[in-house]
Design a protein around this ligand. Structure first.
Ligand code: AMP
Length: 135
């Protein structure tokens, strides 16, 4: 059975998309630690990120870099933190989170509750920065 992220990529389940190319898809985490918290996933369904082949893993990071630059442009922050956990959804994904301090990366922190309009605003700001950048 397809993972929830494959169903998102296929358009069967809605998502707040921020960027996409032929191999990867980026969309907002629905339980964000900060405005701009984004997930980057490979379109090929692989559970564990370190089961990706070397070229795919490298390309995923290059794609994640382009998304991180767009996040930082849309949501000025000290850095965009990167984390891989993957205990909840068995489809490899990179979390990209705008951070001001180390504790902003603690996953047990309370999540933001955003309205649909706010999610749309956040996704639009990042996707516009991504489309306007040099991929
Ligand atoms: P983990 O597998 O532990 O890295 O966590 C999975 C992440 O996916 C969590 O931060 C969830 O909030 C997020 N998530 C789960 N389902 C969705 C969804 N349908 N849309 C966006 N984010 C999701």
């Amino acid at each position: 059975m397809a993972t929830i992220f494959s169903r998102i990529i296929a358009g069967e389940i809605p998502s707040y998309k921020v960027a996409e190319n032929d191999k990867f898809y980026a969309f907002l985490d629905i339980n964000p630690l900060a405005k701009g918290h984004t997930l980057v996933v490979p379109k090929r369904e692989v559970d564990y990120i370190f089961d990706l082949d070397d070229d795919e893993l490298a390309a995923m990071h290059v794609f994640a870099k382009s998304v991180a630059l767009a996040i930082q442009q849309a949501f000025p922050c000290k850095k965009v933190g990167e984390a891989v956990i993957g205990l909840e959804v068995p489809h490899a994904h990179i979390h990209l989170i705008p951070i001001q301090k180390e504790s902003d990366m603690i996953f047990s922190n309370p999540k933001l509750k955003l309205t649909n309009e706010e999610f749309v605003e956040v996704a639009t700001a990042i996707s516009q920065a991504w489309e306007g950048g040099d991929k």
